[in-house]
Every structure is written in structure tokens, then in C-alpha cells.
Unconditional design. Structure first.
Length: 616
């Protein structure tokens, strides 16, 4: 156990972050992101053995289709196909050969691939020389011979190719600009032939209905999630009533291809997870319709995967850092920990309290409040953290980044502002047309709510965030006079440039968040922090990846230039080779230390006392 203030090195000491859990018979596979190695590795574990890396030493396994997605697939014969980060080709682990052809400059990318028979079914993103980017559902031969067969190339995006157990049918989803996949998608099913598809039929979905996660049962029934009632609930194809219907989201927004929230037991039982008020739950749905929640100490369940009679998940909770866990549905509890991430919990943990508070327009907003874990003289300074997306959400789990601040005497407020997922479609849609307005309202209202309760010092309020959360931070400092300091990590500063100079996936996102271009161009300027940067008076730290292709580095530079010319206290750190999400441990540590030092210095002048820097 650590004592005193956590250091930044403590925060990023955990060796592994887990994603993309899948099964291979009795074995499990997952990915491990390892900041110390600056790479992601596909790992395989068999009962009674130690986990084994399938990614070769010195290589990394990831894909760059949009924000990325699951970078591997399991073949029925036990082979594993892995996407190599450097060349973006699919490689056979067993045979040591590439399955997909070479493409210069990573202009062809693969994601969310599954194996059936002699073929791999995948989402292919192809960058053409004329600037056109095609996202297509394709089929390639496992032996690497022949050309890829395009099964569906008629939409802006495709995802979730899923082949029926008998190999005769395939289901997948599509969506088109300007919609995002949480706005509206279509679910398709077709017969598979040697030539391609026959009788492709749209089973569900529309511009106003988000359908996700097609899943085949062992007996060939097709299941899917739909938010047609305002909540992502579970349906069987051809049935009007949901299999699992409740005022809760059983799925989440498709920021990454291959996300999974349910799985099927051999006997027809279903394992599902659902989110209520920002907290995830896990349960088993029986053939008679009964839904039994599994009693565990966890509040987050990633990639639920059936393994025999047990359920594997990436689980985390208030006192539990993420780990790969095998749960017995009948016994519950903490289960068998297959792999933990190396987190050493602090001696005193700040436990979250869910709060719902009033905000503008008679609405309410949601957040998790973490009190400081050391004595503070009077109300503590407050960090208001704003997640990215903005259509994401935070779950209350043990995260040393929160504990870093609370161990220094800060209160920490994790916002799930309007627009966040996990609270139903109406809450998610409340941000449409209002980006930079109601999300900022909710940040301000959250801070003022804690001040009114005596839980935060009104003179030492800090707002910070990554990406869309960085936008919120910059908007709050440019258009409001509440926060004493701010921190923007790869934050959006210029909405028009974001709409015209970002990757394809988000290139029309702002149509719904602000308005369509060119009609709304003046509104883009009015909303953008860069337009009002001359109104920022609070100190600001800017942390930026030099190679960010989602929010290019010139956005932070534009803000820094205005602040420098006006003599406003600020710091601007640019990290070479880092993209939108920092990957290198040394840069993650430096960025957190720089941010902490900056706040300690500027808050010393804002209040009667400032948090001590403590161990870095």
C-alpha cells in the first residue's frame, strides 16, 4: 500500500489496461495496453497456465479504423488473426503470414473481423488517392489468395459483421452521414454464397433508431439492441416485444468497432449488462424471461463473455481496479481473478457518491463526487473533470487518476453532463444543437452545487477535460467567470476546423451538436473558444499530442498564441509522437505532473491556502 500523496509515477505504474475480451474454447483472449512499452499486445490464457503474448516482441496490435476497434479474431481451428499496428495488415499467428495484402502508408485498414469457414469477414477502411475514404464490409480468404469481395460498400460506415453458427447468413449494421451510430443505424441480414450476398434485408433501424450488436444464438436466432423506446434494450429479430426491456441502457455508443455488451450460453441463457444512473450491472436472462442480477462488488463490466458455465469480464469497482475476472453466476462475489493490472491501491481510498443536481432549463445533471482523503482547512479546492466524446460517460471505479488529486486535498467531481450516455436517449440528445452551452451549464452548476453544500472553495474551482471535455473547459473559461483555472488535454478550440479537419468518423458529428455547414458557420464561430480567447482571464494549461489527427495541434497553438500575446498565465506542452490519447508512460507522467504543479501555483494566489504539491 502507498501512503501520503500518490505520485504521477504511482498513477501510471499499473502495467496493463485490458480490452476486447473473447473466448477460444476454454481459453480467453484479450488485449493489454502497456504504457511502459508503448504498445498493445494480444494475450491468450488457458486454465492452469500463465497468460502468453501472441503479439511478437517489439510489435503492437491495434487498428486505426476511426478510433480503432477489436484488433484480432479467433478462427474455429484455434488460430488467431491479429492486426499489426505498423502495417495495419491482418496476420495469422499460427502460420506467421499476412492474410491481407500490403498497402503503402497504411492506406488500407481492417477492424472488427470474424472468421467463418475459409473466410475472414471484416470492416475495411480504404483511403484513396483522391481523398475519398471507403468503409466497407468485405470478405477475404484465410489463405490470403484472391481479391477481397466487397459485400456492402453502399454506406458511409459499416460495423459488427456477425456470421450465423451454420455459416449461411451474415448480419451487420450500417449508418450514413451526418448521423453518428448512436443517432441511427440499420441492421441488415443476408444469405452468404460463394459470390457474395443474396437477399439482403433491413431488419431494424432508421435515422432515429440506433440498433447495435447483432448477436446469433447457437440455434440461429438473431438478437440485437435497439433504443426505439428511448433505452437500448434487447430484442429478437421478428419480435416486437423486447427480451430484456427496462429503463436502462444495455449497450453504449459505438466509439470503437467490436464493442460487446451481451453473450449467449449454450443452453440459451443470455448474459447481459445494463447501466442505470451511470453504474453498470451484470445479470443472466433465463429462457422463461427471468433476469437475475449477479451480486458482485463491481460497477463496470467490459466485454462479458461466456466460458462454459462462467462469465469472463473486465471488471472494476469502487475498491477494485480493472482486472480480467471469471464469475460464477450462481456464486457472484469477486470471482477468479485471471489477470490484474498491477494497481497498488492507496492506503485511503476516496469513495464516490452519486449526485444528481439541478441545472439550467429546469433539468438535472449527474456526477460522481470524490471527497479529499487528507484533512483540509475549510472547503477544499475542486477539480471538475469533463469526459470526452462528448457522448461518453464515466463509471465509478477505482482510478488512480482521481485518487492522485484527492490524496492532495482536492475534491474531484466526475461529470456526466447532458449528452452523456448511460441515462437514456432523451438525456443523450439534450446536447444536440447545444454543444458548448448545456454541457458548460452542467459543469458550472455542479461546481456551484458543491460550493453551496460547503464541499468546495468558491475561489479555487478548476475545470479540466480531454478532447470534448477540453472543449467544455475552454468554453467555460471563455464564456463564464466561475473557474479559477483550467486544463485542456487535446481539447477542441475551433469547432469549424474540427468539422473540416478531422477524421471521417467525426467529420459530420457537429451537424447535430451545433448545426449543418455551411448554414451554421456563424454559429460555429460564436460557440468556439478560439473566437473568444481574448476573454479568457483564468490561468490555463494546454497539453497536446503533436501527432493528433482528431484534434490537430494547431488548435491548442491558436489558444496559446492569444494568451501569450495578452500576458495571461498559461503553459503549453506539446508531446512529440503522441496522438489523441497519449500512449507513452513518460509523457503521461510528465503531463500529470505539469498539470498538478500549475494548479498548485496558480491556486496559491486564488485562496487562503493551496494544496501542497507533495510527492510528484
Amino acid at each position: 500500500m502507498t501512503t501520503g500523496a500518490l505520485s504521477a509515477a504511482d498513477v501510471f505504474a499499473p502495467a496493463r489496461a485490458f480490452n476486447w475480451l473473447r473466448r477460444d474454447g476454454d481459453a480467453l483472449l484479450w488485449t493489454e495496453t502497456r504504457p511502459a512499452e508503448a504498445r498493445t499486445v494480444v494475450v491468450r490464457w488457458e486454465p492452469g497456465a500463465e497468460p502468453v503474448d501472441l503479439t511478437p516482441p517489439g510489435r503492437s496490435s491495434s487498428n486505426i479504423v476511426g478510433y480503432g476497434g477489436i484488433p484480432y479474431g479467433v478462427a474455429p481451428d484455434g488460430d488467431v488473426l491479429v492486426c499489426d499496428s505498423e502495417d495495419q495488415r491482418i496476420h495469422s499467428v499460427r502460420r506467421g503470414v499476412a492474410v491481407t495484402p500490403e498497402a503503402p502508408g497504411r492506406t488500407v485498414r481492417w477492424s472488427d473481423f470474424v472468421v467463418s469457414g475459409e473466410h475472414v469477414y471484416a470492416v475495411r477502411e480504404q483511403h484513396h488517392g483522391n481523398g475519398r475514404i471507403a468503409n466497407e464490409l468485405v470478405r477475404v480468404r484465410l489463405d490470403g489468395t484472391g481479391d477481397a469481395v466487397v459485400l456492402d460498400g453502399g454506406h458511409d460506415f459499416a460495423g459488427s459483421p456477425r456470421v450465423s453458427p451454420d455459416g449461411t447468413r451474415i448480419a451487420w449494421i450500417t449508418w450514413d452521414h451526418p448521423r453518428m451510430p448512436w443517432d441511427g443505424t440499420q441492421l441488415w441480414v443476408a444469405e452468404l454464397t460463394s459470390a457474395g450476398l443474396v437477399s439482403a434485408t433491413c431488419l431494424a433501424g432508421s435515422a432515429a433508431e440506433s440498433v447495435l450488436e447483432p448477436t446469433w444464438t447457437p440455434d440461429g436466432e438473431l438478437l440485437f439492441l435497439s433504443d426505439r423506446t428511448g433505452w437500448w434494450n434487447l430484442y429478437r429479430a421478428g419480435a416486437a416485444a423486447p427480451l430484456v426491456g427496462m429503463e436502462a441502457d444495455l449497450g453504449g455508443p459505438v466509439w470503437f468497432l467490436g464493442l460487446r455488451s451481451l453473450d449467449v450460453f449454450a443452453d440459451g441463457r443470455l448474459v447481459v449488462k445494463w447501466t442505470i444512473d451511470g453504474v453498470e450491472h451484470l445479470g443472466v436472462r433465463h429462457p422463461d424471461g427471468r433476469l437475475d442480477e449477479i451480486a458482485t462488488p463491481y460497477t463496470q463490466f467490459g466485454s462479458p463473455t461466456v466460458v462454459g458455465d462462467r462469465i469472463a469480464v473486465v471488471a472494476a469497482g469502487h475498491r477494485h481496479a480493472p482486472a480480467v475476472v471469471l464469475l460464477d453466476p450462481a456464486a457472484g462475489g469477486t470471482g477468479e481473478v485471471v489477470r490484474d493490472n498491477g494497481t497498488v491501491a492507496p492506503e485511503t481510498i476516496s469513495l464516490p457518491e452519486a449526485i444528481t443536481y439541478p441545472t439550467t432549463d429546469g433539468a438535472v445533471a449527474h456526477a460522481f463526487w470524490y471527497p479529499p482523503t487528507v484533512p483540509v482547512d475549510g472547503p477544499p479546492p475542486l477539480i471538475v473533470n469533463c469526459h470526452g466524446g462528448p457522448t461518453g460517460h464515466v463509471v465509478p471505479v477505482l482510478d488512480l487518476r482521481q485518487q492522485y488529486w484527492t490524496s492532495r486535498g482536492y475534491g474531484y467531481l466526475e461529470l456526466n453532463f447532458r449528452g452523456s450516455s448511460g441515462y437514456g436517449r432523451a438525456y443523450r440528445d439534450a446536447l444536440k444543437g447545444n454543444w458548448g452551452v448545456v454541457d458548460v451549464d452542467d459543469a458550472v452548476a455542479g461546481a456551484e452545487y458543491l460550493v453551496a453544500k460547503g464541499l468546495a472553495d468558491v475561489s479555487r474551482l478548476v475545470v479540466r477535460g480531454l478532447s470534448g471535455g477540453g472543449w467544455l473547459t475552454l468554453c467555460a473559461l471563455a464564456f463564464r467567470d466561475v473557474f479559477a483555472a483550467g486544463g485542456s488535454m487535446n481539447g477542441v478550440a475551433d469547432a469549424y476546423k474540427m468539422a473540416t479537419d478531422t477524421h471521417k468518423f467525426e467529420s459530420r458529428y457537429l451537424d447535430s451538436l451545433i448545426g449543418p455547414l455551411p448554414e451554421a458557420k456563424d454559429l460555429y464561430a460564436e460557440r468556439s473558444p478560439v473566437t473568444a480567447a481574448d476573454r479568457i482571464t483564468a490561468p490555463l494549461v494546454l497539453l497536446q499530442g503533436e501527432a493528433d489527427d482528431v484534434v490537430p495541434a494547431d488548435q491548442a497553438e491558436a489558444i496559446a498564441t492569444v494568451l501569450r500575446d495578452r500576458g495571461i498565465e498559461h503553459e503549453h506542452h506539446v508531446y512529440e509522437g503522441e496522438g489523441h490519447l497519449f500512449a507513452k508512460a513518460e509523457n503521461l507522467v510528465h503531463a500529470l505532473e505539469a498539470e498538478q504543479d500549475f494548479y498548485a501555483r496558480v491556486l496559491a494566489a486564488a485562496g487562503s491556502s493551496a494544496p501542497e504539491g507533495g510527492a510528484r
